[in-house]
Unconditional design. Structure first.
Length: 98
């Protein structure tokens, strides 16, 4: 599955650099949405996308009552599948040169 493919050789865990990248992105987005949403149309739309992502996370967790609930970062990472090849090269440049 997508999650397993993106975990690669990280022992069943997400690539730590990818996780850090996603955490930084989410923090950046949330900070800017909180301060700029009311004065910037772009940040308002970005806030709505994040609201939708939060809703997907809440809905999934309420509908499935999983033993290990998903967090927003889990959905964020899965939605980045189309960017994974480029990010992998950027996060691990020496490995992609081999």
């Amino acid at each position: 599955n997508t999650k397993t493919d993106m975990m690669g050789d990280f022992g069943g865990e997400w690539d730590p650099l990818f996780t850090s990248y996603c955490e930084d992105q989410i923090e950046y987005i949330n900070t800017n949405v909180a301060s700029l949403r009311t004065i910037s149309g772009w940040w308002e739309m970005t806030g709505l996308v994040m609201d939708q992502l939060n809703g997907l996370t809440d809905g999934y967790n309420m509908a499935t009552a999983p033993a290990t609930p998903m967090e927003v970062i889990d959905f964020y990472r899965l939605n980045m599948v189309g960017d994974w090849d480029d990010l992998e090269e950027a996060l691990h440049p020496s490995e992609s040169d081999e």
